[in-house]
Design a protein around this ligand. Structure first.
Ligand code: CP
Length: 315
């Protein structure tokens, strides 16, 4: 087994073997979902804490379901009703949780690098559930898993990421994972929402949606992150819809068996229309199901690495 890390902070620094180990570990967990009792004893006696300093529906619930299916004790901290509001620092809050014997802390934060800060200061394992514009590793992993599940390969697949690349940690985690597996990654969106440096990550940049769509196997549509946009990145929602909203018509240049993905939450009528979101090609709900299996795999592998006493962890 090729996974000996204390923390999961991002996909940039994982090698292909480590990512493959997580994908392989997720498969039996997914098979478990069809059983009447969807529970395994892997994390009995372990305490998992979710510390989400930004809103979330999918990721927090998915981690909690995953940890419970592995029989862990699960605690959720809501920052608005915790001592954050009294001025306690993030590290002190996390150390308090560690003093209560939390084994794994799952954190979402607006600041890129917040999970890394905790990883450096705590013995508990830290999982990044999304930090600022930086990374969302379990989303990248579940997207990769879903593509592999449907297409039976990643190498050579043409994968298009559409929309707000600038503010998207999902885009970054997808790019790190997909390029390691030999996918041909394209990004498309308004020039204001595509960082200049993105091509250095080995992706092809497009500004025209019809051109970018040519022969793609997968279209992964990203949410327009209004809450992170300070200032106007496009003249109006109408202009964005005209140029970049993914509709059935805009899919005409893609491969006939194109896969439609979206990490959620979706802004229907902005980056995606109803017909595409609900089409037979859409695997958006399967992404959510696969997310639980991926998060079970990550929790299980981190717990196994922790149990191997005396081994040096790397992060
Ligand atoms: N995909 C994703 O991170 O969704 P949430 O914000 O609902 O967790």
């Amino acid at each position: 087994m090729s996974f000996n890390r204390k923390d999961l902070l991002g996909l940039e620094h994982l090698d292909k073997k480590e990512i493959q180990t997580i994908l392989d570990a997720a498969k039996p967990f997914k098979n478990m979902f069809t059983r009447s009792i969807k529970k395994a004893p892997a994390l009995i006696g372990k305490t998992v804490v979710t510390l989400f300093c930004e809103p979330s529906t999918r990721t927090r619930t998915s981690f909690e379901v995953a940890a419970k299916r592995l029989s862990a004790d699960v605690i959720s901290i809501a920052p608005k009703t915790s001592s954050f509001v009294k001025g306690e620092s993030l590290v002190d809050t996390a150390k308090t949780l560690e003093a209560m014997k939390a084994d794994i802390i799952i954190i979402r934060h607006t600041c890129a690098g917040a999970p890394e800060l905790l990883a450096k200061n705590l013995n508990a394992s830290i999982i990044n559930a999304g930090d600022g514009f930086h990374e969302h590793p379990t989303q990248g992993l579940l997207d990769l898993y879903t593509m592999y599940d449907k297409k039976k390969k990643i190498e050579g697949l043409k994968v298009l990421l559409v929309g707000d690349i600038l503010h998207s940690r999902v885009a970054r985690s997808n790019i790190w994972a997909l390029t390691k597996f030999g996918a041909k990654v394209r990004v498309v969106g308004p020039p204001t929402l595509i960082p200049k440096s993105i091509s250095s990550l080995g992706v092809e940049v497009f500004y025209d949606l019809d051109e970018a769509m040519k022969d793609v196997d997968v279209v992964n549509i990203l949410r327009i992150q209004m809450e992170r946009q300070q200032g106007a990145f496009f003249p109006s929602k109408h202009e964005y819809n005209e140029l970049y909203q993914v509709t059935e018509k805009r899919l005409k240049n893609a491969k006939p068996d194109v896969l439609i993905m979206h990490p959620g939450p979706m802004n229907r009528g902005t980056e995606i229309d109803d017909e595409v979101a609900d089409s037979p090609a859409s695997v958006i709900n399967e992404q959510v199901t696969n997310g639980i299996a991926i998060r079970m795999a990550v929790l299980h592998l981190l717990a196994l690495a922790r149990n191997k006493q005396g081994r040096k962890h790397t992060c």
